[in-house]
Design a binder for this molecule. Structure first.
Ligand code: SAH
Length: 418
């Protein structure tokens, strides 16, 4: 079943967002889809002692291996079949591209059914971050994002998400980025809307955080889930007791413009979204990241920085951190990144109002590996380009009314302050 919602934008045009994939086959069963008890029960069902599940899990999560030859603590007789049944191959590397002097690596993975996704690994002096995909494609249709213009192909399973991490850990640890590197951070900022694939993402978070043999034992605070703003799912995540960092892709502080830039805003408005983000902070104690792609003469006006600061400050101090990101080029885009001076002024306006702000670097933009660029190789580039251009032109046609500072702006700000 394909579940779609059709919010209307201001001009009354219907927008179609896709929340559920078309029914497809399932990826093969894999230990990373199961919790520890489920794995033990499965092995018992298969006629093996339950502790074999822990042995295989330890190989998988601690040693990152699925090779029966490495698993010498398992009886040789039947080892291959057992391992093949529990940790089957879920994806294969199709290609890899390096950038930033070998410190960024984008990998294209082919899944069991031929669908492809991308991940991006980035090494920094003090950490290494994996940007992974939660869906093949994305149903959220943001006009400035190549993945969004490609549409949703399907959700990934928890194990498909976790396999991206394990395979990248192996690559990093074996020196793909220069020296042997441990992945310390994970961001769900690759292809897809993680909160539209809630259950698999939640399961994958458990596998990342729980200690060996249940999972990789990563620190929850080093994991970031980024969302376009699915308010009920943010509230659900806040109640999970999983203190991961939440990032909200805001991109505009006013509904007029955000309705056009982020179609789901027709359903969940800026105010509700920021309330949910604030609730997330209160429940988890984790400061929320506000992502803001700076698009030239679109959302980079000083008054919008003032409004953003007022919206954040009206909900309390120090609970959010703003990450402006200069817009990355995508196929067919008629929009470009803000000028340096507009970027500086936007940042200064926020900082002067007490909002902590860091401009995000755009790693991997020359290999289409940066925010919003994933998918370029995955799908028909011309089609994506055509669609993006059309979507952006439609926004442009309605834009005049959103560029100017609203007439009652000073009053609006004053009301928020009081
Ligand atoms: N769907 C989730 C996860 C994707 S994360 C989300 O929207 O948060 C990718 C981030 O890059 C999001 O903040 C997205 O809005 C941003 N992005 C998309 N296209 C971009 C572009 N062309 N330039 C810069 N950032 C972009």
């Amino acid at each position: 079943m394909v579940k779609q919602v059709r919010p209307r934008n201001e001009s009354g045009k219907e927008l179609t967002l896709t929340f559920h994939e078309k029914r497809r086959g399932k990826p093969p069963r894999h230990v990373a889809d199961l919790g520890r008890e489920e794995r033990r029960a499965l092995l018992q069902e298969m006629g093996f002692p339950a502790f074999r599940a822990d042995q295989i899990s330890r190989h998988y999560f601690a040693h990152r291996t699925v090779d029966p030859a490495d698993m010498t603590d398992l009886p040789e007789d039947g080892r291959e079949q057992l391992v093949g049944a529990l940790v089957p191959t879920l994806m294969e590397k199709v290609s890899e591209q390096f950038a930033d002097g070998g410190r960024t690596l984008k990998v294209l993975w082919k899944l069991y059914d031929g669908v492809v996704v991308e991940s991006v690994l980035m090494a920094y002096p003090d950490r290494a971050t994996l940007c992974l995909s939660s869906q093949a494609g994305c149903g959220m249709a943001c006009p400035f994002c190549a993945t969004g213009q490609a549409g949703l192909t399907r959700n990934l399973s928890a194990a498909e998400i976790i396999e991206q991490l394990r395979l990248n850990m192996k690559l990093a640890e074996s020196g793909a980025l220069g020296e042997s590197t441990r992945i310390t951070n994970v961001v769900f900022m690759g292809m897809g809307e993680p909160l539209a694939n809630y259950r698999a993402v939640q399961q994958s978070l458990h596998r990342m955080i729980k200690p060996v043999p249940e999972g990789f034992g990563m620190s929850a605070r080093n994991i970031t889930v980024s969302t376009v703003g699915l308010v009920p799912a943010i509230e659900k995540l806040a109640a999970e007791n999983l203190p991961v960092t939440l990032a909200v892709s805001l991109h505009a502080p006013d509904d007029g413009l955000r309705d056009d830039l982020i179609p789901i805003n027709s359903r969940y408005k800026v105010g509700e979204l920021l309330d949910a983000a604030r609730l997330y902070y209160v429940k988890t104690g984790r400061r929320v990241s506000i992502e803001y792609a700076l698009i030239r003469d679109m959302n980079d006006h000083k008054w919008r920085a003032e409004l953003l600061a007022a919206e954040l400050n009206s909900r309390g101090k120090g609970w959010a951190h703003v990450n402006p990101i200069p817009l990355n080029p995508t196929p067919g885009s008629i929009w470009t990144a803000s000028t340096n001076s507009a970027t500086r002024s936007f940042v200064d306006t926020l900082v002067e109002r007490g909002i902590s702000t860091t401009v995000r670097d755009t790693r991997g933009s020359d290999i289409d590996g940066a925010c919003g660029q994933l998918a370029a190789e995955v799908v028909d580039r011309d089609n994506v380009a055509r669609r993006a251009k059309k979507a952006q032109q439609a926004v442009e046609a309605r834009l005049a009314q959103h560029r100017e500072e609203p007439k009652d702006f000073a009053d609006q700000l004053a009301t928020m302050r009081s």
